[in-house]
Design a protein around this ligand. Structure first.
Ligand code: CA
Length: 716
């Protein structure tokens, strides 16, 4: 059964990553496009281009607000499915926001595959599979995801998981140019959507759990020629700095940080102010997380966990604001960046807003990086607040587990109080809508830190921190893992309303002029709320968990709302027991749903799944071997296959694996790389056969523990 499950998943992968052809495109040319191409003027005026969604956050200010109001609070109850399309991609997390340009919808699936549809009918126009090698998955911290494409002058751009940036012909999907934006010898990945400013395509990358040094690069949109690159953290100071500001930044680092990468990857958020001609980038966490290892002796470690403003033509540094100096908790500042005009103390201010992982909502003057205000938008215990003058957090000294050498249970944790799931701002209500995760995490200092060829290197001990098997402690941890959608007033810095959710890992948000806020949930519900009050107005079960953000567009006078289904990602993979306890959507079908008023299509029914019974081989290994196996599992396997060997429901749950009963199958997969094409690489470079046998012994032990519980439950 479990092997069958693995190979069913592989059959799906085969369609995309393993070389077979995608289904043929539906006949017919794209809808009659207007003569207007996507150019600089059109992108600057995108807000007035009401029918379209031209870039990742719809407009350069990334507000994710649509002026469309044909669908509104008065009639949203009549919203029905117009069309749907089942993507032939791997059933894992799908995180993309579609673009719609003059009647064509562009979206990406897992493994960086791009699809173009007739936005009114759902007919597939073309698809493009960049054939990302399956082994790349081991470099992806958080699943083989992609968040979408960018558009410019008849071309569509996608960043691929294995570090390429590709320009495609928007009409045909044919490759126009390809460029490698990362060193294939390093463990970089691309999951974020590119942006285009004045004919330059901007792309960052991820990998700060894996020894990366962060940067963002600009390429000529017509040719793919590199124009500039900005590194976010300094490299080896014995060599020339790539940029003068890095000399200043290097003074905030100690030790030999460059040998461990440093981190600061720009893996998601960007925004642009055309009047100020400033590009804003969100910079990620330190590599490794633990500052005591990364920069022994302390230091702010610029530009980790910062918003940085650059000149888009040259990559020249203009200003920065650092949210978490000396970052140690995977507190990225890569979450949505939203530009808006606010009236503060009677004065109009041009601000940039962010609700980063660290739990504080920041309002910063975007003309100069001056701090304005910050308040907690979720439960926070690592800092008591933010200094109203300097903008620096008032840290709880105990939170510095690296420096104290003692464990610290932090709220929030590395999943963040808010992660990549986009927030939205409505200029009509003046509110920011944030998908909030209520999650804590135990950080144990890693006393034996070493770099590894394959697994995460954080400087936090994941074995010591793994979810305890004591049922009461576990139940309490699960009960505390919740989520909510919050409407936040950025002027008063206070919560206006919230909708409670019984899972911490829900979807991104869309706001519209129809007084509506749309959001999907981990439970597989797609919801609409009144933007002003949070009143629930519409909800439809879609039978697959949602992480992506909805978007809206119009074709021929008809408004549509689109949402991409597919669950997984960082928390979906790793927080196994937490995820399983409440993630109850029945399946995980990558599917694009498009709604309109009185649509005639129907959401397909759930695929029923039968309850699985654990039938592991006998638990015969010595306790010492099991303990060693637990240590290796927590270090190298748990991030994808789930804490305590309980999968979050996306990747195979190893407790059910037939390879437990057959050491040869286990060996073929774990040491020989039999499933490398599907993302499971050989761990032979990192572990001896005795060690991988110990991992198997631990999983057998865990399966027997839980089989006993299953039998006990069945007998009751
Ligand atoms: Ca990270």
């Amino acid at each position: 059964m479990p092997v069958a499950r693995v190979f069913i998943a592989c059959a799906v992968v085969l369609v995309t990553a393993c070389g077979s052809n995608l289904p043929p495109a539906a006949p017919g040319a794209p809808p009659a496009a207007t003569a207007k191409v996507v150019d600089a003027a059109r992108l600057v005026a995108a807000n007035q281009d009401v029918n379209n969604w031209l870039s990742y956050g719809r407009t350069y200010d990334e507000q994710r607000f649509s002026p469309l109001q044909q669908i509104n609070a008065g009639n949203v109850s009549q919203l029905k499915l117009a069309w749907h399309y089942d993507l032939p991609t791997d059933p894992r997390a799908h995180e993309a926001t579609p673009l719609v340009i003059d009647g064509t919808l562009y979206v990406t699936g897992s493994w960086s595959v791009v699809f173009a549809f007739n936005a009114a009918t759902g007919a597939l126009l073309w698809s493009y599979d960049p054939k990302v090698p399956g082994k790349t998955a081991v470099n992806a911290c958080c699943d083989v995801v992609n968040r979408g494409v960018a558009a410019w002058n008849g071309k569509i751009y996608v960043g691929t998981l294995d570090g390429r940036l590709i320009g495609l012909d928007a009409r045909t999907g044919q490759v126009v140019w390809t460029v490698a934006t990362t060193d294939p010898g390093m463990r970089y990945t691309i999951t974020g959507a590119p942006r285009v400013i004045k004919g330059k395509v901007l792309i960052g990358n991820g990998g700060a759990e894996l020894g990366a040094r962060g940067y963002v690069t600009a390429y000529d949109a017509e040719t793919g020629r590199q124009v500039w690159r900005f590194y976010t953290v300094p490299g080896d100071p014995s060599k020339p700095f790539e940029n003068p500001i890095l000399k200043t930044a290097a003074q905030t680092w100690k030790g030999q940080w460059w040998k461990l990468g440093g981190g600061g990857t720009v893996w998601d958020s960007m925004a642009y102010d055309p009047k100020l001609d400033l590009l804003y980038i969100g910079v990620g966490n330190g590599a490794p997380w633990n500052r005591a290892i990364r920069s022994p002796g302390g230091g702010d470690n610029l530009f980790l966990s910062s918003i940085v403003a650059l000149r888009p033509d040259s990559g020249e540094y203009v200003w920065h604001f650092q949210e978490t100096p000396g970052e140690s908790w995977d507190f990225t500042a890569t979450q949505s960046l939203i530009l808006a005009g606010l009236t503060l103390d009677g004065r109009p201010r041009q601000v940039i807003m962010q609700a980063p992982k660290n739990g504080f909502f920041y309002v910063v003057d975007r003309t100069n990086g001056q701090f304005i205000s910050a308040k907690p938008f979720a439960a926070v215990n690592w800092a008591s607040g933010v200094d109203p003058v300097s903008g620096r957090p008032l840290e709880n000294p105990q939170s510095r587990y690296g420096e104290t050498g003692k464990p610290w249970v932090s709220t929030p944790g590395p999943g963040g109080a808010h992660n990549w799931q986009p927030m939205a701002f409505s200029p009509t209500t003046g509110l920011v809508y944030i998908p909030v995760s209520d999650l804590s995490f135990p950080y144990f200092p890693d006393k034996h830190f070493a770099t590894h060829p394959l697994t995460w290197q954080t400087g936090a001990d994941f074995d010591a921190g793994s979810l305890p098997q004591d049922d009461k402690i576990k139940a309490a941890a699960i009960a505390a893992s919740l989520g909510h959608l919050v409407a936040w007033d950025p002027v008063a810095q206070r919560e206006v309303w919230r909708v409670a959710q019984n899972h911490p890992w829900n979807g991104g948000v869309l706001a519209t002029a129809g007084d509506l806020v749309f959001e999907g949930t981990a439970m597989g519900d797609f919801n609409a709320y009144r933007a002003a009050t949070g009143q629930s107005l519409w909800s439809v079960p879609v039978h697959t968990g949602i992480l992506a953000a909805p978007m809206t567009y119009a074709v021929d006078g008809e408004q549509y709302v689109a949402i991409l289904l597919g669950w997984g990602g960082a928390v979906g993979l790793a927080a196994g027991e937490i995820a399983l306890a409440s993630h109850t959507s029945e399946g995980n079908t990558p599917r694009l749903l498009v709604f309109k008023l009185n649509g005639a299509d129907h959401v397909p029914e759930a695929t029923p799944t039968s309850a699985r019974i654990l039938q592991p081989p006998p638990d015969l290994a010595a306790a010492g071997v099991v303990a060693k196996g637990k240590q290796y599992f927590s270090h190298s396997c748990g991030v994808c296959h789930g804490d305590s060997a309980t999968s979050g429901g996306v990747l195979p749950d190893l407790r059910y694996s037939a390879s437990l009963a057959d050491p040869q199958i286990w060996n073929n997969i774990v040491r020989e790389g039999a499933l490398e094409g599907h993302g499971m690489v050989s761990f032979a470079p990192e572990y001896s056969s005795g060690q991988t046998d110990a991992i198997r012994a631990y999983v057998i032990h865990r399966a027997n523990q839980d089989a006993a519980k299953q039998r006990q439950k069945a007998a009751q």
